[in-house]
Design a protein around this ligand. Structure first.
Ligand code: FAD
Ligand code: SIN
Length: 533
């Protein structure tokens, strides 16, 4: 058992930015599941959305974010994001981040549902890697921070008043450890790995959301999972992302007959919101009886493609695809979760002493659908703010004695393969892009059947996240943003202009938009005045 000042769990953009904010305030330990660079952040391609040009305005970024969120964005955190974003990006540039430029001006990319070109990118399509490089470089030059790799957090330690620390396993030795601190910042990222098809790296299993929920924290909006329209769909290749920026630069989607189909689905064609493009692809695949569509960037020319998308160009070549000459087979894959641990605008969760930032959190910025390239910015701004709050809230270091009994010597840290496969298939088939009440119920029954009090923490966390998504999707009887149900195909503002909340021991309940931690959640009828049979 160890005692430190702050524990940060996760080393993506949110965790690293939080850590940098804590420097100089005592002993800080960063626990990260694999190597320090293994995160969604490291793979982020398209870039960071931020208002940095005279042609743009904060109010436009605000409105675009709200429009994408389909009525469920909480205005306060969105304001914080768009207003503070530019300052945090300037700071990052000051630390040495090299975003692409044309002459001395930042080069701005275009992505779907943005009314202006406002996407900063680095080395073409290696934006996340450049951000991680910059922040790790800065971290190496400071004292007081220990980064523990292969340290997989299993469970949050709490007493009846607050979060005290975490129990984790060293995945090299198999030894279990416990650590207490003044405050714990969760920055464990998303949960794409609970789906069979995902752009997310292996580490994205939603552990932070599950650990917080199991500790009693409020989680929200778990039904809202964003499916990216264009992941590489080639037998034997990973579901590598083909950035939306490729469509922003003029790439077109074609069906197996070579037809550019998007104009039939939306006036903005390839630049329609992600959920619209993803569902259009599914519909074209069904219409043409094929399992893929194609991204066509051939007309952009080899030299442009090699300069603007070097990583994508090289990766596709490894699979014998020359994107300057060949059509790229693509189909949707789980990409991002809008829901997560409910937080206020300073990353405070409903458990005192526990903070959350980045993809693990649900501050209400993204509503029912995230605007492209808003999440790197979110991790930066809210990683810093969560750390500021953790310092300012002034928690005492807990005494060691209170928790000494809670650590076993060894812990299991692998979800059995059979469970992984069954969960991922069920989630993809029944809780994926197109859902129905019947299939959601089937999925939930399977997930609950796999759960057992005897399961180890890693397995329970994995099953918990999947159940939270399925339960929230069953709860929301409408279609909105990324959540589409064939049995409730329309958006229903009269009844469902609310977040979904979940908390241990309670059925899902509504949270009014803008309300962070409602005093008493309840049956939908309490808010809406009626129930749906
Ligand atoms: P992550 O970067 O995922 O970091 C999570 C960290 O937590 C990792 O270090 C992980 O190892 C660690 N962790 C997880 N569980 C545990 C545990 N139990 N114990 C200890 N450590 C744990 N967004 C954009 O804005 N722009 C883009 O261009 C963009 N492109 C993307 C491309 C891809 C391929 C993907 C997958 C996502 C992309 N996104 C993009 C989304 C964005 O990258 C992520 O939402 C964002 O990076 C999340 O940052 P984070 O710090 O919250 O989490
Ligand atoms: C992409 O480059 O298409 C991903 C951008 C994002 O997820 O915001």
């Amino acid at each position: 058992m160890e005692r430190v000042d702050y524990i940060v769990i996760g080393s993506g953009i949110a965790g690293l930015r939080a850590t940098l904010e804590l420097v100089g305030h005592g002993e800080i330990v960063v626990l990260t599941k694999e190597r320090v660079t293994q995160s969604s952040t490291e793979y982020a391609q398209g870039g960071v959305a931020v208002v940095m040009s005279d042609d743009d305005d904060i109010s436009l970024h605000y409105e675009d974010t709200l429009r994408a969120g389909a009525g469920l964005c909480d205005p306060d955190p969105v304001k914080v994001l768009v207003e503070e974003g530019p300052t945090y990006i300037e700071e990052l540039i000051g630390w040495g981040a090299r975003f692409d430029r044309v002459g001395d001006q930042l080069e701005l990319g275009q992505e779907a549902a943005h009314s202006r070109r406002r996407i900063l990118h680095a080395r073409g399509d290696s934006t996340g890697r450049e951000i991680v490089r910059t922040m790790l470089g800065r971290l190496r030059r400071v004292d007081g921070v220990q980064v523990r790799q292969h340290a997989l957090s299993l469970q949050l330690l709490t007493d009846d008043r607050r979060c005290l620390g975490v129990r984790y396993v060293d995945t090299i030795t198999g030894e279990c450890h416990a650590m207490v601190a003044r405050a714990v910042i969760l920055a464990t990222g998303g949960a794409g790995q609970v789906f069979a098809q995902t752009t997310n790296p292996d580490v994205a299993t939603g552990d932070g959301i599950a650990m917080a929920y199991r500790a009693g924290a409020l989680v929200a909006d778990m039904e809202f999972v964003q499916f990216h329209p264009t992941a590489l769909n080639l037998p034997g290749a990973p579901r590598f992302l083909l950035s939306e920026a490729m469509r922003g630069e003029g790439g077109r989607l074609r069906n197996s007959r070579g037809e550019a189909f998007m104009p039939r689905y939306h006036p903005r064609a390839e630049m329609a919101p992600r959920d619209v493009v993803a569902r259009a692809i599914i519909s074209e695949m069904e219409r043409t009886g094929t399992a893929t569509v194609f991204l066509d960037v051939r007309h952009l020319g080899a030299s442009f493609l090699k300069r603007r998308f070097p990583r994508i160009y090289r990766t596709c070549l490894k699979y014998n695809l020359d994107i300057a000459r060949d059509l790229i087979p693509v189909s949707p894959a789980a990409h991002y979760i809008m829901g997560g641990v409910r937080t206020d605008v300073f990353g405070r969760t409903s458990i005192p002493g526990l903070y959350a930032a980045g993809e693990v959190a649900c501050s209400g910025i993204h509503g029912a659908n995230r605007l492209a390239s808003n999440s790197l910015l979110e991790g930066l701004v809210f990683g810093a703010r969560a750390a500021q709050a953790a310092k300012e809230d002034g928690w005492e270091r807990p005494s060691l004695g209170r928790l000494a009994h809670r650590c076993d010597e060894r812990a299991s840290w692998r979800v059995p393969d059979q469970i992984v496969q069954r969960v991922r298939e069920a989630m993809w088939q029944k809780v994926g892009l197109i859902r129905s009440g019947r299939e959601l119920q089937q999925a939930l029954a399977l997930l609950e059947g796999l759960d057992s009090p005897a399961s180890d923490d890693v397995t329970r966390n994995f099953l918990t996240v999947a159940q939270l998504i399925a339960r929230a999707a069953l709860f929301r009887r409408e279609s909105r943003g990324s959540h589409y149900r064939t049995d409730y195909p329309h958006r229903d503002d009269e009844r469902w202009l609310v977040h979904s909340g979940q908390q241990r021991g309670r059925s899902p309940f509504p949270i009014p938009v803008g309300d962070v931690f409602p005093e008493a959640g309840g049956d939908i009828s309490q808010v809406m005045g009626r129930t749906d049979s």
